[in-house]
Design a protein around this ligand. Structure first.
Ligand code: ZN
Length: 206
């Protein structure tokens, strides 16, 4: 098994933060905690990267006469950014999350939550979340693992998932409730050992 970079107690803290944030937003552990609401709570604005490229395009139209050429180049740029997930941009102390609105709503949720997790953990520096083989500046494996775990916990908290699974809800129904992807629910259910705990509970009750 891969050695975990998470410090002892981090998973417990992540669960506590997930529940505390839900309490502030008036949401139960068994309910969705939309990433944009969490961002709001932390004074972070959330903007699609596509909006920025639209602005850049308009600016280029003003500067250069060949619009077709600009369109072609912008299309290439956006395509190259097809793997782009999200990034925290800090401008004059003001935090902003840029995300890729081409991804599914469930993927956007986890992308934005991941970046919020970096902010909540107060990880220094900017963090690019790219799936491409790009050498990232200031890449920190421990920070990435923390953000991955906390982001997932914010979306699907342990106690909420346990309760819903105990009620017999299917993974797809649970994914719907949390606005999460099916993969996310399967990942959480497996890594948290939900089914093992449920079967132990059943034995105990019997
Ligand atoms: Zn990251």
């Amino acid at each position: 098994m891969k050695h975990s970079l998470l410090r002892r107690g981090f998973k417990k803290d992540a669960e506590t933060w997930s529940i505390e944030i839900r309490e502030k937003l008036g949401v139960e552990a068994t309910g969705a905690c939309p990433a944009r609401c969490v961002a709001d709570l932390h004074g972070v604005s959330v903007t699609p990267i596509q909006c920025l490229s639209g602005l850049a395009q308009n600016f280029l139209y003003d500067e250069f006469p060949d619009q077709q050429d600009i369109d072609k180049k912008m299309a290439l740029l956006l395509n190259r950014n097809g793997e782009f997930s999200a990034v925290v941009a800090i401008v004059g102390g003001f935090k902003m999350i840029l995300f890729n609105s081409d991804h599914s709503p469930a993927r956007q949720e986890s992308d934005i939550m991941h970046e919020l997790a970096h902010i909540i953990c107060e990880h220094p520096g900017d963090c690019l979340q790219l799936n491409a083989d790009i050498a990232l500046r200031q890449y920190n494996a421990q920070h990435e693992e923390e953000a991955k775990w906390l982001g997932a916990t914010l979306q699907v908290p342990d106690q909420g998932l346990f309760t819903l699974a105990r009620l017999g809800l299917a993974n797809a129904a649970i994914a719907d409730i949390y606005g999460a992807s099916l993969e996310m629910v399967v990942f959480r259910r497996k890594t948290l050992g939900i089914d093992l705990r449920l079967s132990r509970l059943k034995k105990f009750i019997r």
